[in-house]
Design a protein around this ligand. Structure first.
Ligand SMILES: Nc1ncnc2c1ncn2[C@@H]1O[C@H](COP(=O)(O)OP(=O)(O)OP(=O)(O)O)[C@@H](O)[C@H]1O
Ligand SMILES: [Mg+2]
Length: 391
């Protein structure tokens, strides 16, 4: 089962265009809010240069990447735009899709396009993010308030567990009332159990996707890189789209969130071209990699997953495990029999393998390790499992 990343944002910020760029599909878009009524869902492969490099060496019959699922939903801010009472938070259909997402990709429009109206009339991603956060916080607030009612009743018995829960809920309530994200708080392990039941939207790991004008993508990448590296950027001296990039990058840095720039329209269009032509076009724009691929890779990282690899002449394949998983659990991803009969794992890190060029050379050089049941799988491990078939 693939984990899911929910694509959210204001109406007409380019969510469906991004979805199409990510999934190389063709969901309908338009310049009218709101085009997306039914959610679009797709499972997409996670680009992984390690799989490509191993496939060059092994020339396998098959090459398999890990996957993530993206879900594209209607624009937020509808309640406000339709003149309804905004205090309610988000609609139930919308919530149904987004509550179950494991992480959020928040699309922020920076692109200029006079054919596409903006619900607030001007381009200002920083304001848009405040507005989205407020809507998410309000939705969480009503979840927390409902839970407080329930817990108060239960706490009457004097049970310590419920008193502690109430304390947590109060803390959440205050934070959300200030329009702050629940994820800015610190939680104990006990809190975690309650949080797991609440599915708060402002707890979800998040990335910001700046949807840029075509000719501003290179500028965006440069600025994001500088701010990520902690260089001093005079944000107030910047103008137009560039200012928006820097503001969001700065926020992301402070929050420990991820940020990626993509020109969704351009990339959705590039998908229509043959690979080679698309690559030439990217090169001409001075772009090393598709923004959509970065969105997928960063999204995968948000999910706290790591990748281990198996390599041979039949197949080179990337597999997903949660961070901290031990060798038998990883083996179980391949087949439950391999987990049941687990004996040992032969493990070579991707970098060591590439330095040696073959398993034989890796073994000779002593970088191929034999690991037991307690070994914690590392990202980029190339593993071969020995197991007892009879068990
Ligand atoms: N980077 C961009 N540059 C210029 N125009 C863009 C860009 N990205 C998207 N657009 C245009 O913006 C319009 C809205 O895009 P899209 O339908 O993807 O938005 P949406 O967020 O899914 O909207 P909705 O909330 O209505 O579902 C489309 O006309 C699309 O071509
Ligand atoms: Mg849409």
């Amino acid at each position: 089962m693939a984990l899911t990343i929910g694509i959210i944002g204001l109406p007409q910020s380019g969510k469906t265009t991004l979805f199409n760029a990510l999934t190389k599909s063709n969901a309908p878009i338009s310049g009218y809010a709101t085009t997306t009524v039914q959610a679009n869902l797709a499972v997409v492969p996670v680009p992984d240069p390690r799989v490509d490099a191993l496939a060059e060496i092994f020339q396998p019959k098959k090459k398999t990447y890990t996957t993530v699922e993206f879900v594209d939903v209607a624009g937020m801010g509808q309640a406000g735009a339709a003149g309804k009472d905004k205090q309610e938070g988000l609609s139930p259909e919308f919530l149904g899709h987004i509550r179950n997402a494991d992480a959020l990709a928040i699309v922020l429009r920076t692109f200029a396009n006079e054919n596409v109206p903006h619900i607030y009339n001007t381009i200002d991603p920083n304001r848009d993010l405040d507005s989205l956060n407020a809507e998410l916080a309000l939705t969480d607030l009503s979840t927390v308030e409902r839970r407080i009612e329930r817990t108060k009743k239960a706490a009457k018995s004097g049970d310590k567990k419920y008193l502690q829960e109430l304390e947590l809920l109060q803390r959440l309530k205050e934070t959300l009332e200030d329009m702050q994200l629940a994820r800015t708080l610190e939680f104990s392990q006990q809190d975690q159990a309650v949080l797991n039941e609440l599915f708060l939207l402002t707890m979800k790991p998040r990335m910001y996707v700046l949807n840029t004008s075509e000719d501003m993508l290179a500028t965006a990448n440069e600025l994001l890189e500088k701010i990520r590296a902690g260089e001093n950027v005079q944000i107030d001296a910047l103008q137009g789209e560039a200012k928006g990039f820097a503001q969001i990058a700065q926020r992301a840095r402070e929050e420990g969130a991820e940020v990626v720039a993509v020109s969704a329209k351009l990339e959705a269009e590039l998908n229509e071209l043959p690979q080679e032509e698309a690559n030439e076009y990217l090169e001409a724009l001075g772009l090393p990699q598709l923004g959509a691929d970065r969105v997928i890779q960063v999204g995968y990282r948000l999910l706290n997953l790591i990748t281990f690899l198996t390599a041979g002449e039949d197949e080179v394949r990337a597999w997903t495990v949660t961070r901290g998983a031990k060798a038998p659990e990883a083996a179980g991803k391949i087949h439950t029999d391999i987990e049941k009969g687990f004996i040992r794992a032969e493990v070579t890190s991707f970098d060591d393998f590439m330095a040696c060029g073959s398993f034989a050379a890796a073994a000779k050089k002593g970088v191929q390790r034999l690991e037991g049941r307690d070994y914690v799988i590392q990202d980029g491990d190339i593993a071969h499992f020995r197991f007892n078939k009879g068990k």
